[in-house]
Ligand binder design. Structure first.
Ligand code: FAD
Ligand code: 2HG
Ligand code: ZN
Length: 513
């Protein structure tokens, strides 16, 4: 252990993998108001479920894969943050592509609306029905089909849990290219359908690059085989991209082929305390310049975001010398092939920043339990903040120089005593901040003060109204702040062509059509 001006370097020779946990849902047991009531939505021209329809599905699937019990259906009707609630009376659990195909063919012919659902960890209300859409749960489609160690490719059904895939790949010296706090609950098909970003995007890129191929079922039940496993294949249109990030509105993803990088042999984490956002930016620039190829994550947490983990989840802040705490924290991870080399680089980077007065305090470790604690302080903010009651969430991309101004603007604008916390954290390395406005409960007036203000603000700065969580149900009205009319028009044409009866995830992404 090396001590230096309040800065503690703790190292050891263990190699680590991050800890995984199933993210627990919203602390409150109260159900949200029905989506159709709270957000005043009109039901589309869909058929209403009959006993005849249910009989068809019962003949197709086993009885225990057709859920009609209202109590059991409830869990599929409410989203993770308890922001939206549908009233579906039927959940179907297919096990194969053929079953998905038969379900969609029937739904299309009978004009029954369908809401695909994977781990139901989505944060924009896309994964639960708005009205009585049939929930198509992908959880039982969880087989790993093939693992090519040499090429670094896994092919699996879409319902595999991300964490299970990570554990599987670890056995053959590979990792999944994406990593997120919901990894114990989210399914790979859900991640692909939202083009989930997460904590490693800075290093490995997004799923448009990492998904080599996929299989999807179209609204009419036709199976589209784009399950390519090649890294290079320039043979015409790359239709896989239509399904990556389209949130279940163009088809159901049933299988995926993903490229998986080698497991790093050495991992180090630095947890840093900083006094200003300007110091955060300087540290990020310095990390990029000095850590180069071993930098695997660069995350920012403001004081009030960190506090939900220490206050509600009783996690330990490893930097205690800051008295009242620092205004900002950063978590910087390196993943490389030589522990001593990586440690030396990280130590030198941190020492330099400290000598220049950019970093106020910090701790650095390659010890598994310490790194896990540091990561938990970042990954479990989503869970911790739910203890406040209700959270208005925004997930935006902004130019780095303006990254944190949005939090300051909101603190200036919102003065209601109902507000418990306005905080920001996120993937600074990707220019993506998560904005949280916590209240005791959902409040129409605060909602009206936030929207469209926040989207106009982001749009003026040429940012994106959704950096990684998608449009879902919650942001359809605000799509135009980030997409040109010509683009939205082509999106609508594609939707009409691929799903002419609009049975796939209605009221999401593009609404009204
Ligand atoms: P669901 O929530 O079930 O579905 C998401 C959307 O995809 C819905 O619109 C659904 O209809 C559609 N869909 C699901 N499966 C399919 C399918 N097979 N075919 C077609 N459509 C389908 N997101 C990030 O980008 N980065 C993060 O770092 C991140 N961290 C998170 C941390 C926590 C604690 C939580 C709760 C969420 C986080 N998310 C993050 C948000 C979320 O988008 C991801 O968790 C994940 O991508 C959703 O996967 P899921 O399996 O839960 O999908
Ligand atoms: C994260 O980066 C996730 O932790 C979730 O994208 C963000 O809770 C949120 O808004
Ligand atoms: Zn995120």
């Amino acid at each position: 252990m090396i001590q230096s001006r309040g800065f503690t370097f703790r190292t050891c020779s263990h190699l680590i993998r991050k800890k995984y946990y199933v993210v627990s849902r919203n602390a409150s047991s109260a159900l949200p108001e029905l989506t159709s009531v709270r957000y005043k939505v009109e039901r589309g021209p869909y058929a209403t479920l009959t006993d005849g329809h249910v009989n068809f599905f019962t003949n197709l699937l086993d009885q225990n894969r057709v859920v009609t019990d209202p109590d059991e259906c409830e869990g599929y009707n409410v989203d993770w943050v308890k922001m939206v609630r549908g009233k579906s009376r039927l959940v179907l659990k297919p096990k194969s592509t053929e079953e998905v195909s038969a379900i969609l063919k029937y739904c299309n012919e009978n004009r029954l609306a369908v809401c695909p659902q994977s781990g139901n960890t989505g944060l924009v209300g896309g994964s639960v029905p708005v009205f009585d859409e049939i929930v198509l749960s992908m959880r039982l489609m969880n087989s790993i089909i093939d693992t090519d160690e040499m090429a670094g490719v896994v092919v699996c059904q879409a319902g595999c849990i991300l964490q299970s895939l990570e554990e599987h790949m670890h056995k053959v010296g590979l990792i999944m290219p994406l990593d997120l706090g919901a990894k114990g609950s989210c399914l790979i098909g859900g991640c692909v359908s939202t083009n989930a970003g997460g904590l490693r995007l800075l290093r490995y890129g997004n799923l448009h690059g990492n998904v080599l191929g996929l299989e999807a079922v179209k609204a009419n039940g036709e199976v589209l085989n784009c399950l390519n496993t090649l890294k290079k294949d320039n043979t015409g249109y790359h239709l896989k991209h239509l399904f990556i990030g389209s949130e279940g509105t163009l088809g159901i993803v049933t299988k995926v082929a993903i490229q998986c990088p080698p497991s790093p042999k050495a991992t180090n984490v630095a947890f840093l305390g900083l006094d200003s956002f300007d110091s955060v930016l300087k540290t990020y620039c310095s990390a990029k310049a000095n850590l180069g190829e071993i930098l695997s994550s660069c995350e920012m947490i403001d004081k009030l975001s960190l506090e939900v983990c220490t206050k509600y989840l009783h996690l330990q802040n490893p930097i205690t010398s800051g008295g009242d705490g620092h205004n900002f924290y950063m978590l910087i991870e390196t993943a490389g092939s030589h522990l001593a080399h990586d440690e030396e680089k990280l130590n030198a980077f941190v020492e330099k920043a400290m000598n220049e007065g950019i970093i106020a305090d910090g701790t650095l470790s390659s010890e598994p339990s310490k790194m896990q604690n540091m990561w938990a302080l970042r990954e479990r903010i989503t869970e911790g903040i739910m203890h406040e009651g209700y959270v208005f969430k925004y997930d935006v991309s902004l130019p780095l120089k303006d990254f944190y101004k949005i939090i300051e603007a909101l603190r200036e604008r919102l003065k209601s005593p109902e507000i418990r916390r306005i905080s920001g954290y996120g993937h600074i390395g990707d220019g993506n901040i998560h904005v949280q406005v916590a209240t005791k409960e959902y409040n129409d007036e605060i909602a009206a003060q936030l929207e469209p203000f926040i989207f106009e603000y982001v749009s003026k700065l040429h940012g994106s109204v959704s950096a990684e969580h998608g449009i879902g149900f919650k942001k359809t009205k605000f799509l135009h702040y980030s997409k040109d009319a010509s683009v939205i028009s082509l999106m609508k044409q594609i939707k009409r062509m691929m799903d002419p009866n609009h049975i796939l995830n209605p009221y999401k992404v593009l609404h009204p059509l």
